[in-house]
Design a binder for this molecule. Sequence first.
Ligand code: SF4
Length: 73
Amino acid sequence: MKKFKKIYIEITNICNLNCPFCSKDNRKKQEMNLDNFEHILKQINDYTDYLYLHIKGEPLIHSKIEDILNLCF
Ligand code: SF4
């Protein structure tokens, strides 16, 4: 059994919504590049079987979401 039930990776903090319960911040809006994502995947591979691709931000509007999902399998 792996150590964690799931691991969260925030692949972008960009969001196209404005949910009232979402706390706002002043972080620069950006998305994770594929090299960084792949590097993280290799580091956490032994620790979980489940990834959540959001913390804040909308992961489905990441410009490389298809590539990111393909790397997850
Ligand atoms: S980050 Fe999530 S909670 Fe916040 S505005 Fe976007 S969709 Fe809503």
